[in-house]
Design a protein around this ligand. Sequence first.
Ligand code: NAD
Length: 320
Amino acid sequence: MSKILANDGIDSVGKAMLEAEGITVITEKIKQENLANELFDGNYDGIVVRSATTVRADIIDTCPNLKVIGRAGVGMDNIDVNYAQSKGKMVINTPNSSSQSVAELVFAHFYSVARMLQLSHKDMPSSGAAKFNDLKKTYSAGVELKGKTLGVIGFGRIGQAVAKIGIGSGMKILAYDPFIETAALDLEFFGIGKVNVEITTGSFDELIAKSDFITMHVPHKSGTPALIGKEILSRMKPTAILVNAARGGVVDEAALLDAINNNLITGAGLDVFDNEPTPLESLLNHPKISCTPHIGASTAEAQERIGVEMATKLIEFLKK
Ligand code: NAD
């Protein structure tokens, strides 16, 4: 009988699918420093992680019985994938399940910064009753998304899901992806049916210069240079709002703070940070930055889809 450690948890539907196939699923959280010993002593066939647990070469070397490493999510930067594969381990992730959740969070950040909700959410509880009319003045300079240009850098699964929401919101889409020329997007309108829209990707420089709202959905390898740094930020519209829900490191955080403080861009939304889980305080406290603690894929719907996708792949691998 196979045994899996789901160290960052697994959705109950996926867990039930595994158990129905006779696979034991342990969801007790093991501290990172004890993980190798636990995997070795417990004679596990596999480990499933989200982003909190890392599976590096030391764990892979210490646990020869480990056959499969699962990442319940997309980015595999917390796993030494190449090393694991070189040691004959199967590495799987669930790239198809979280796109809609991440895309919706991107828009939550866009709407928040466009209407200064991140700040008004703080002011209203403390002074909404005493200073209602003052706050009304402060928060009356918001902007709309409809009719604006949305720049999407990286036009894979999440980038395309973002573009669909943008099109539905009446935005013009500029997409950049060096590996994708065109993408056919199926937009489903409730009670109306499907509309197919073809988007052709274009120039990075044009996107940077013309977009009112910019979001990046690219992979990132830690230690590599930021895709968006000082020089690129300086070419954005002063009214631009930037969201990073890809990975910390895709945007240079110091350059971003500098750009916002010097009014080179208007604000930002951040779901991911350089130094998780201890992000820079000056980003968290900034009035023009809307922050969330890496929750892009963390909706009930996405977690269930991730659990089912992971369970399906694990069953296929362990039962073959
Ligand atoms: P994907 O592989 O479907 O798409 C990534 C796209 O980026 C590809 O089309 C690729 O061609 C393109 N790309 C690569 N390098 C590029 C570059 N330099 N410039 C422009 N485009 C480039 O991946 P996805 O499912 O869309 O996920 C994107 C990223 O989102 C993941 O790498 C992951 O780190 C992140 N993510 C974050 C969360 C979260 O919780 N915030 C959740 C899921 C995924």
